[in-house]
Design a protein around this ligand. Structure first.
Ligand code: NAP
Length: 260
C-alpha cells in the first residue's frame, strides 16, 4: 500500500512504535488520526504531525471500550470520507507468570491486546468493505506470537489469538469478493521503546523505534501478509517453530528468570 495522500488511522500512537510511525507518515501529506488514552501526548504529537504538513485528528480514549472505537471510525469517515490504512498498534506486554498471576491480570492482557484489536477491526472492516479502492488493516503483533515464552504467557496467547483471527479474515475477504481490503500482520522482534525498558525480559537483536518504523513502512509498500523483522530474530523464531518442543523449552528456559 502506498502511504502518500492517504487517510491513516493509528491506534496506540501516544508513545513508542505508534508515535514514531505517525511522525514518519506525517511527511507524506496524509490525514492522520491518532488514538490512545494519554490526551496530552496525543496533542503534542498532533503539533508535530501538522508541522510536517499532514492533517491530524486526535481521539483520546480506551481501545478496550467498543464505544470509543465506533466513535473514532464514525468521526473519521464523517471528516475524511474513508479510511485507507488502519494500523492497529495498541498492545501491552509486561512480564507475567502463568502460575502466580490472578485471573484479572491474565484476562486483562487479553483485553489489552485482543479486545483492543477487535473493537477497532469490526467497524473498520464494515467501512472498508463499502470502499472501492485498495485499503489495508495492519495489526502490530509480535514475533512472540508463535509459541509460549516464559514470563510472557498471557501476552503471547493474546497475540496468537489476534494473528489467527486476522489470518481467517484475510481468507474470508478473498473468498467473499472483497479483494481490495488487505490484511497485514506486523511482527516486530525486540524494539527499544520506553514500555519495555525495564521489563526484565532479555532482548537479543533489539532495534530502535526508528529502525522498526523503516521495516513497517517497507512492509506496507510490499503488502506482505506477515511482516517479520529483524531477520536474526525472525530466523531464530522460525527455527524455534521447527524445533522439537523439548529443545525449544530448554533454550527458552535458559534465558528465563531464576527468581520465581
Ligand atoms: N517494544 C517491543 O519490543 C515490541 C515488540 C513486539 C511487538 N510490540 C508491540 O508493539 C505495539 C506498541 O508497543 P510499544 O513497545 O511501542 O509500547 P508503548 O509505547 O507502550 O505503546 C503502546 C501504545 O498503546 C496505547 N495503549 C495501550 N493500551 C491502550 C488502551 N487500552 N487504549 C488505548 N490505547 C492504549 C498506549 O498509549 P496510552 O497509554 O496513552 O493509552 C501507547 O500509545 C504493541 O502492540 C506491542 O505489543 C512491541
Amino acid at each position: 500500500m502506498d502511504y502518500k495522500n492517504k487517510t491513516i488511522l493509528i491506534t496506540g500512537a501516544s508513545s513508542g512504535i505508534g508515535r514514531e510511525l505517525a511522525i514518519s507518515l506525517a511527511e507524506y501529506s496524509n490525514n492522520i488520526i491518532v488514538t490512545a488514552r494519554r490526551e496530552n501526548l496525543l496533542n503534542e504529537l498532533k503539533q508535530e504531525i501538522e508541522a510536517k504538513g499532514s492533517k491530524c485528528l486526535v481521539f483520546a480514549g480506551d481501545a478496550a471500550d467498543p464505544k470509543h472505537a465506533d466513535l473514532v471510525v464514525n468521526e473519521t469517515v464523517k471528516k475524511f470520507g474513508k479510511i485507507d490504512i488502519a494500523i492497529l498498534n495498541v498492545g501491552v506486554g509486561p512480564a507475567s507468570n502463568t502460575i502466580k498471576d490472578s485471573r484479572e491480570v491474565i484476562l486483562g492482557k487479553m483485553r489489552a491486546n485482543y479486545d483492543t484489536l477487535i473493537n477497532f477491526f469490526v467497524p473498520i472492516i464494515a467501512q472498508m468493505k463499502s470502499q472501492k479502492t485498495p485499503c489495508m488493516i495492519a495489526h502490530v503483533n509480535s514475533l512472540a506470537t508463535y509459541f509460549g515464552i516464559p514470563m510472557q504467557g498471557d501476552y503471547t496467547a493474546a497475540k496468537a489469538a489476534g494473528r489467527i483471527f486476522l489470518d481467517t479474515a484475510r481468507m474470508e475477504l478473498k473468498h467473499f469478493g472483497f479483494k481490495h481490503v488487505r490484511i497485514q500482520t506486523i511482527h516486530p522482534g525486540f524494539v527499544a521503546t520506553e514500555a519495555v525498558k525495564e521489563d526484565g525480559v532479555p532482548a537479543p537483536n533489539e532495534i530502535s523505534e526508528k529502525e522498526a518504523v523503516q521495516y513497517i513502512l517497507k512492509g506496507l509498500l510490499r503488502e506482505v501478509h506477515e511482516n517479520r523483522f529483524p531477520f536474526a530474530t525472525s530466523f531464530a523464531v522460525r527455527i524455534g517453530r521447527l524445533a522439537p518442543t523439548w529443545l525449544r523449552t530448554k533454550i527458552l528456559l535458559s534465558e528465563a528468570a531464576v527468581d520465581y
